[in-house]
Structures are given as structure tokens and as C-alpha cells.
Design a protein. Sequence first.
Length: 58
Amino acid sequence: MASNLARIKSRCQNVADSEIVEELLQESKWFIEWTAKDAEIEIAAELVELQIMIYKDN
């Protein structure tokens, strides 16, 4: 997840990379969906909050 967020940050600076950013955001959403259900409650809550932020901005 951290790696995806770092790639999103670096790619956002170039408009030509918007498709790549969209793909990374979608991949991040899936990662959260797949992992949150198995995480401890506190971590799951943080992941869900992150997913909500991604959906808002996307």
C-alpha cells in the first residue's frame, strides 16, 4: 500500500500519467478490500478510512 501511494504521489505531478494514477488508485482500493477483512480492527478501520478518501478523490 505504501508503495502504491508513493507511486501515485510521484505520478500525479505529470498529467501524461493520469491513466497510470487511475490504475494505481483502483489497485489500492482492491488491496484494501482484500486485506481489511483479515486485519485487526484498528488497522481495518484505518484502511477503510483510506479507501473512503480514495473514492472521494477518484
